[in-house]
Design a protein around this ligand. Structure first.
Ligand SMILES: [Zn+2]
Ligand SMILES: [Zn+2]
Length: 145
């Protein structure tokens, strides 16, 4: 399409729809009637095949696919599907990183064992210091005797 489409004399790009086009899709740039204006996800055969797996692995994506599949309005838009999936996967990655990060932080908190270890080290230090002090006192007493 070299010329920018004039909406006035365009018909809807949807198959078998001869309504006047009055809106353009920002993703695929085609023109549609009011009913078919909104982009919906396109399901590939692979997606259909994976649907039950998706229900467990990615419930948000599953819900969106099923909801879009059952819609009577809108137009299946490959470009929108691509954008939606990229955005969704990015968000999923981010939330997974947050989960990873917080579990890492939790494991970094000192366990009882390391707490005991630190306490024992401190006692050893104090005992060592006391021994040195006693030695100095004995030495001083010996010298000034
Ligand atoms: Zn579209
Ligand atoms: Zn239409």
């Amino acid at each position: 399409m070299a010329k920018s489409p004039s909406l006035k004399d365009e018909t809807c790009s949807m198959n078998n729809c001869y309504n006047k086009a009055n809106s353009g899709c920002i993703y695929c740039k085609k023109t549609f009637c009011k009913e078919h204006g909104e982009p919906i996800l396109v399901m590939s055969p692979r997606d259909v095949w994976n649907l039950s797996g998706l229900k467990i692995s990615d419930p948000i994506k599953y819900k969106k696919y099923v909801a879009d599949w059952n819609r009577k309005d809108g137009h299946p838009c490959p470009r929108y599907t691509h954008v939606w999936n990229a955005q969704h996967d990015e968000e999923l990655k981010k939330s997974l990183q947050i989960i990873k990060f917080s579990s890492k932080r939790a494991s970094r908190q000192p366990s009882i064992n390391t707490y005991r270890e630190a306490k024992r080290r401190k006692i050893t230090q104090i005992v060592g210091l006391v021994i040195i002090l006693i030695a100095i006192v004995i030495l001083v007493l010996y010298i000034f005797h």
